[in-house]
Ligand binder design. Structure first.
Ligand code: 3PG
Length: 305
């Protein structure tokens, strides 16, 4: 009997965990949960006798891989897999997958939840501003970016995007204006929503040169990863421009320094983008099914290493 560990420091909704359990049980797989753990060693110890792991932002480092004596597959129930040591996994022949698109609507909805909260002055009773007729730039047009575009149009916004990896026609089909460079996106849009992954190329790439060119009353929205922001540059900009705002679903390292700009900045301490019942169900079920398909049919469609 195959054994699957669901290691989620930030647990799935119960309704999702129940469905994951049921799907695995139907395939005659056993399933154990490690939730809200406080030590990485708890995770390392829990992988010893499992064949597969389902994770979220949980850190699959080389020690997790090494201690997984019979580990064959890790599925990140979500999009970004920068939390998995792909080199260590590949060296040990462990397949790594993600579940692209399954939580993207949840993340896109939170973009607007955060932005409206910011524009209404954190609901302090004073007059705020609106999104209608304003420009929003979507930086990377993947599954989340596409959903952001759809919702932005509902708000009556002018939607722009930049993504060198997606054909122009594909983006334009959604009624989105494609700009020719990342510089142009930031220069054109009062609101920029980040959807780039954290890679060696993108780390610290959102820098002073880009941000300082944003129009007046600029709002940068980050539901992606903290690592893509050049935080020293961000602080420099906050000190220089009294109109610049930053809202983040990912806690910046410079959170202490940003405290003095409380009205122009907030973050959600628990990374709430994908934390809905629907997204948990979608991503969790996809992960369970991908594990079964891998073992039963050698299906490696969602492999990322
Ligand atoms: C993702 O990469 O899918 C999102 O950042 C969600 O991450 P989470 O599952 O840890 O909430």
């Amino acid at each position: 009997m195959k054994k699957v560990l669901v290691a989620t420091d930030k647990p799935f909704a119960k309704v999702a965990s129940d469905q994951i359990k049921a799907i695995l049980a139907k395939a005659n797989y056993s399933c154990v949960f490690l939730e809200k753990y406080t030590q990485q060693t708890d995770f390392i110890n829990a992988v010893e006798d499992v064949d597969a792991i389902i994770i979220r932002s949980d850190k699959v480092d080389k020690d997790v891989i090494a201690n997984g004596k019979q580990l064959k597959i890790v599925v990140r129930a979500g999009a970004g897999y920068d939390n998995v040591d792909l080199t260590a996994a590949t060296e040990k022949g462990v397949v790594v997958m993600n579940t692209p698109g399954q939580n993207s609507n949840a993340v896109a909805e939170l973009v607007f939840g955060m932005v409206v909260y910011q524009l209404r002055n954190h609901f302090d009773g004073s007059s705020g501003t609106e999104l209608k007729d304003k420009n929003i730039g979507i930086h990377a047009y993947g599954n989340v970016g596409k959903n952001v575009a759809r919702i932005a149009k509902g708000f009556g916004m002018n939607v722009y995007a930049f993504d060198p990896f997606v054909p122009k026609e594909v983006i334009e089909k959604d009624g989105v204006t494609v700009v020719g460079s990342v510089e142009e996106l930031y220069k054109t849009c009062q609101f920029v929503s980040l959807h780039i992954p954290a890679t060696a190329e993108t780390k610290k790439s959102i820098n002073y040169a880009l941000l300082s060119n944003m129009p007046v009353n600029a709002v940068l929205i980050n539901t992606a990863r903290k690592e893509v922001i050049h935080e020293e540059d961000l602080l420099k900009l906050f000190a220089e421009r009294k109109d610049f705002c930053y809202v983040a679903d990912v806690q910046p390292d410079c959170v202490g320094e940003l405290a003095e700009y409380a009205k122009r900045f907030f973050f959600s301490p628990k990374k709430m983008g994908a934390q809905t019942e629907e997204a948990n169900i979608n991503a969790g079920i996809a992960a369970a099914n991908q594990i079964i398909a891998f073992f039963e049919n050698n299906d490696i469609r969602f492999k990322v290493n």
